[in-house]
Design a protein. Structure first.
Length: 511
């Protein structure tokens, strides 16, 4: 009866889940977030967030996928037909993210080559925006293709879709068994080199120095929960899909703890590496560490190249290793993101895996070409902000509220997980998912909606990124809303899978 693909080993699943969780955000988002939110003191709300939201939701999603043996849409349909749209909404959010995430990996691929001759020169900011991205058009305009982005982007999709064609065991599992150990080894080399640089200790002191006065700030707690949420690949269909490939006998709660703490360990490692290097930069410039701290694209593609220029020795090698780590972290995450809609298409329309990869992955690859144009950066920036804030976080809130409050499935899930797991779920798990996570996410979403809706009706420069109202409406709000609308439409289409056809015929009396 079980025709579903399966992981070859438990380690293969853990490598894949950790590979999905460890992405670009671990390297360029966590260090700056931790520093700005109290340094060493931030680890208190961060750990609490991990134990009351991150790991509980991981366990819930692992259990959902394992119990119902399906992609996110099929899993939700099996729980309640009316909730199927949540699965498609999550899949559509993953689809949007894959279109621009692939482009950032392409940048990292280019920069790993640039490292050998330090092609970015002394003005790394001008190189990124003018020479490399050729950003010469206004937001909303595309301009022409940028070959330096387009060529590596094609390579990124060729690699990812090639792996997905091979399937779960021979494709995703095998690739992650190579990518994740390689990523950890490369980053350990980076960290060891970083902490031996002059001024590195100052950077680490700045990173770890606790500012306990910030513990009482609600924004710091929101930042902690946000970081856990975004970095663990929860609430956009990935972990439900991956766990549906687990064998019947498996330890769900233990797997969740391993993945959760594995991801957090890498974030800590990234923080040490990044702040060791930032401390070196501050030392070279004769300024305080807080003057050189940054995150996101700026940290990776402007600040780091500038720091690499100043390295006392082996700067080309260090540059290559850093950008190679971004490529590996990005590829392992992109594989998992793309697998969500591949699995959804296979389940819903009863098509072969090859056709689903070709159609789903091919469509995403074609759309991603928009971000390889001269105006691609503004489209990427707006889509990323809105799909993350009003896609991932919002789905997480809806998912937890629907499952805990309306469908009342937590008891069933607890029983299912406890039957096959060593670590038994108790009151803390139920309380976390039914009270703590909904309250924190609800508070966060209310603040975000209020802030961005008010900006929409203010001056043109009041919007996110100072973009115009029109651009934010079409490049931001429409993208986030489109994922929900298309998700609802897909949920309304008829299932073509044999299992669902049988269910429908029983209901209508045809069988």
């Amino acid at each position: 009866m079980e025709n579903r693909s399966q992981w070859g080993t438990r380690a293969g699943f853990i490598f894949a889940a950790v590979g999905s969780a460890i992405g670009l955000g671990n390297i360029w988002r966590f260090p700056a977030t931790a520093y700005e939110s109290g340094g060493g003191a931030f680890f208190i709300p961060y750990l609490i967030a991990l134990l009351t939201a991150g790991i509980p939701i991981l366990i819930m999603e692992f259990t959902m996928g394992h119990k119902y043996r399906g992609s996110a849409p099929l899993t939700y349909k099996k729980m309640s037909k009316g909730s199927e749209f949540i699965g498609w909404w999550a899949v559509l959010v993953a689809f949007v993210i894959s279109t621009y995430y692939s482009v950032i990996i392409a940048w990292a691929m280019s920069y790993s080559i640039f490292s050998f001759n330090l092609n970015w020169g002394s003005d790394t900011e001008a190189f990124l925006f003018t020479d490399y991205l050729n950003l010469t058009v206004d937001p909303g305009q595309t301009g022409s293709f940028v070959p330096g982005v387009l060529i590596p982007l094609i390579i990124v999709w060729a690699v990812v879709l090639g792996i997905l064609f091979k399937g779960v065991k021979k494709g995703i599992e095998l690739a992650n068994r190579i990518f994740i150990p390689a990523l950890v080894i490369i980053f350990l080399i980076i960290v060891i080199r970083a902490i031996t640089l002059p001024g590195a200790i100052d950077g680490l002191e700045a990173f770890f120095a606790p500012d306990f006065s910030k513990i009482g700030d609600p924004d710091v707690w929101v930042a902690a929960y946000g970081q856990i949420f975004f970095s663990l690949s929860i609430a956009f269909a990935i972990m439900i899909t991956y766990s549906s490939y687990l064998p019947k006998k498996t330890d769900l709660t233990n797997n969740a703890f391993i993945v959760g703490f594995g991801n957090s360990s890498f974030e800590l490692l990234a923080g040490i590496g990044v702040f060791g290097v930032l401390g070196f930069m501050a030392n070279q410039q004769g300024v305080a560490v807080d003057e050189v701290v940054s995150g996101g694209v700026g940290l990776a593609f402007v600040v780091f190249p500038a720091i690499i220029n100043e390295f006392p020795a082996l700067n080309e090698l260090f540059g290559f290793l850093f950008f190679a780590s971004l490529v590996l972290a990005g590829l392992s995450s992109l594989m998992s993101i793309t697998e969500t809609y591949v699995a959804g298409l296979v389940d819903k329309f009863n098509i072969s895996r090859s056709k689903a990869v070709l159609f789903g992955g091919g469509t995403a690859a074609i759309i991603s070409l928009l971000f390889a144009t001269q105006g691609g950066l503004s489209f990427l920036d707006a889509a990323d902000y809105f799909i993350n804030q009003f896609g991932v976080a919002f789905i997480g809130l809806v998912e937890v509220v629907v499952i805990a409050w309306f469908l009342r499935k937590l008891g069933d899930f607890k029983e299912h997980a406890n039957e096959i797991s060593d670590i038994k779920l108790g009151w803390w798990w139920t309380l976390s998912l039914s009270v703590i996570t909904p309250l924190v996410l609800g508070y966060t979403m209310f603040g975000l909606f209020k802030q961005n809706l008010m900006k929409l009706f203010e001056t043109e420069t009041g919007n996110y990124g100072n973009y115009s109202d029109t651009f934010i409406l079409f490049g931001g709000w429409f993208v986030a809303a489109g994922a929900l609308v298309i998700g609802v439409l897909l949920a309304l289409t008829k299932w073509k899978s044999p299992e669902s056809a049988e269910e429908e015929s029983k209901k209508t009396g045809e069988g």
